[in-house]
Ligand binder design. Structure first.
Ligand SMILES: Cc1cc2nc3c(=O)[nH]c(=O)nc-3n(C[C@H](O)[C@H](O)[C@H](O)COP(=O)(O)OP(=O)(O)OC[C@H]3O[C@@H](n4cnc5c(N)ncnc54)[C@H](O)[C@@H]3O)c2cc1C
Length: 588
């Protein structure tokens, strides 16, 4: 076991697919704001360590950073690689001894550890893609690398970046990229809107980010069939603007800058999920490029099918670890004739949460119900995202939709329930415009919080979901623990689905603060799991939630996931390090 551990360390410490000298420059230089759509951020905080605490247990292979002499420092890596008999440019483990006892207890044994290409292989892959797809198809620009490997919004970042970013224009080009990366054993990390929050697109093993921004077309609109075929970089918001005149819309609404490819990746949802369901409910078929460049289509175009395995569900939520999604057929819904948005405050977060659960249990089909604590209401007021000044108390936002008479009946029922839980008067958005701004204030809550930071700092924004009956309990307890932290922190969420979020502003470089925040989040997730909930209702696992996924589902279920991964991507090239570890956690 000891030698396994040493080999594991050597494997985890290698860095030949990233560019250390560039990384050094990147982590020190304040960068200009990006002009990529939806990615306008200040990178002032990039000078700090972005290593996440979760990697203390599962050390991040790239977290050596300039000037850092941690356990995974380059000299140590080289010493270990020499010890295990590998050449300087070789990344991975070959010819590992078999350990039958270990193999019996794990579904993924050491022989399966991938061997990635050398720096030379990486350069060859870049040249080959350039030759095949043109100079513009690939970038090694520092700023591009940072944008594709680091996110200010994410709970987890690593200090390694992709080595190149490749911009395919169609499915065939994606296939060419995958074939080339397969040939040279280069990791591929798909990237669409870059708004995911759990380190989902970071590049802990270096490799190539596959950015779909040149694939942003609506391919076909089938109005009578109520579906639309899109490329992965179509954003859900621009899709809805484009098809507005048809009377149809696409109801899944995650972060404002999210794009369909990434939304498939995280099986996202949003405020409309309580009425319309999550991403998995709206995908008819997918075109997917597999790790070796093979192109498949999961289904044809009927709204339902029971033909064979449900491959849609396999790829949806797989965070790019099983395939690169290049075309998606989506169901569309009819735009409701009327909508109304109301806001009601409660004396406590518990009463607000309990009222929301009761509304859902009553059978009223609200279009959405969102909870925001007093801190979030203060954020809305301070950010001046709406004209009105709201009471800074625990609040429910309701959206009603349907016919005028139906909406009125729903409002009456909900008002009565709210009263039972000491809710105040309903305040209605007076115009469609006011409805929109109020809702976008809710959707942009994270950005508004970041904008209000007094000094640069980090955000931990994460979600869990529990069965409806446990919602009031978990929210009340979690809110109390957040308050006890004494930091700028809030609770909000898609409460109608039992899904809520904590956002905490903190200084990651302050060990005391960091430990306190980690403990608070760990307690919340543990509590959700104890309540038969999930470690993530919608953000996905990425890097940030891997240890919880194991806790939630257990070794055997994770083992099945790993087998699926190995079946589709035996070289472990697609978004390695996400959802399940390359190396089985039970051997750590
Ligand atoms: C302000 C804000 C609000 C948010 N609100 C919500 C919310 O209400 N609900 C919610 O669910 N989420 C929310 N999010 C999170 C985020 O918007 C979602 O996770 C969204 O689904 C990510 O889409 P994206 O296009 O940005 O994906 P990316 O971040 O680009 O990628 C997400 C994952 O999918 C993979 N991927 C990307 N493209 C492809 C592809 N073509 N093929 C295969 N895999 C791919 C990536 O490798 C990555 O693992 C919010 C984020 C922000 C910043």
């Amino acid at each position: 076991m000891a030698s396994n551990r040493a080999m594991l360390n050597a494997f985890m410490a290698r860095d030949f697919l990233s560019v250390p000298s560039k990384l050094g420059v990147l982590t020190r230089r304040p960068l200009r704001t990006s002009n990529l759509p939806g990615r306008s951020r200040s990178y002032a905080s990039t000078s700090k360590s972005k290593t996440n605490s979760n990697y203390r247990q599962n050390p991040n292979p790239g977290s050596y950073g300039p000037g850092k002499a941690g356990p995974w420092s380059m000299p140590r890596a080289l010493a270990l690689s020499a010890f295990t008999g590998f050449g300087t440019y070789f990344w991975g483990i070959k010819g590992t001894e078999r350990n039958p006892a270990l193999e019996a207890s794990t579904v993924h044994n050491l022989r399966d550890i991938p061997v990635y290409g050398s720096a030379k292989d990486m350069q060859n892959a870049i040249h080959e893609i350039r030759d095949l797809l043109g100079d513009d198809a690939i970038s090694t620009d520092d700023e591009d690398l940072l944008l594709h490997g680091y996110s200010e919004w994410s709970t987890t970042n690593v200090e390694r970046l992709p080595v190149a970013v490749v911009y395919p224009k169609n499915t065939q080009e994606v296939s060419v990229i995958a074939k080339t990366c397969h040939k040279y054993r280069v990791p591929m990390i798909p990237f669409s809107g870059g708004s995911s929050l759990e380190g989902n697109f970071s590049a802990p093993y270096g490799g190539m980010s596959v950015d779909f921004s040149n694939m942003d077309q609506i391919v076909a609109m089938h109005e009578d069939d109520m579906d639309v075929v899109v490329q992965p970089a179509v954003s859900w918001m621009s899709l809805n603007e484009s098809i507005q005149n048809t009377g149809l819309f696409f109801p899944v609404d995650p972060g404002p800058t999210a794009k369909i490819g990434g939304m498939v990746g995280t099986n996202c949802s949003g405020t409309n999920a309580v009425r319309y369901g999550t991403m998995k409910d709206w995908v008819i078929n997918l075109t997917v490029v597999l790790a070796d460049g093979t192109i498949i289509k999961t289904r044809k175009r009927p709204r339902k099918s029971s033909a064979g395995y449900n491959l849609n569900s396999l790829f949806i939520g797989s965070e790019g670890t099983l395939g690169l999604v290049t075309e998606i057929t989506l169901k569309l819904a009819v735009i409701p004739p009327e909508t109304s948005v109301a806001v009601v405050t409660f004396p406590s977060i518990r009463e607000a949460a309990a009222a929301a659960s009761k509304v859902i249990r009553s059978g009223v089909q609200v279009a959405a119900v969102e909870i925001m604590d007093e801190v979030q209401m203060m954020v809305i007021n301070k950010s001046k995202s709406t004209k009105k000044v709201w009471k800074e108390e625990p609040t429910l936002f309701f959206k009603f939709s349907g016919t005028q008479s139906g909406i009125q009946a729903d409002i009456d029922t909900v008002r009565a329930i709210a009263k039972d839980f000491n809710g105040g008067e309903f305040e209605f958005a007076r115009t469609i415009e006011e409805q929109k701004t109020l809702w976008s204030a809710r959707k942009e809550a994270l950005w508004s919080m970041l904008a209000l930071r007094e000094k640069s700092g980090d955000v931990w924004s994460t979600d869990v979901a529990v069965p409806l009956s446990r919602l009031a309990d978990i929210i009340e307890l979690s809110k109390k623990e957040l308050d006890d932290l004494g930091m700028f922190a809030s609770v909000l969420g898609h409460i109608g689905d039992g899904n809520f979020h904590e956002s905490i502003m903190y200084d990651k470089s302050n060990p005391k603060e960091r430990a306190a925040v980690e403990q608070c989040v760990h307690t919340m997730v543990d509590r959700a799991l104890e309540m038969e909930g999930t470690c993530t209702g919608e953000h996905g696992v990425g890097l940030g939630k891997k240890e919880y996924l194991l806790k939630e589902l257990g070794v055997d279920t994770i083992g099945v996931m790993r087998k699926v991964k190995l079946a589709l991507d035996p070289l472990w090239l697609l978004n390695p390090g996400k959802i399940v570890d390359v190396i089985s956690p039970e051997i750590h």
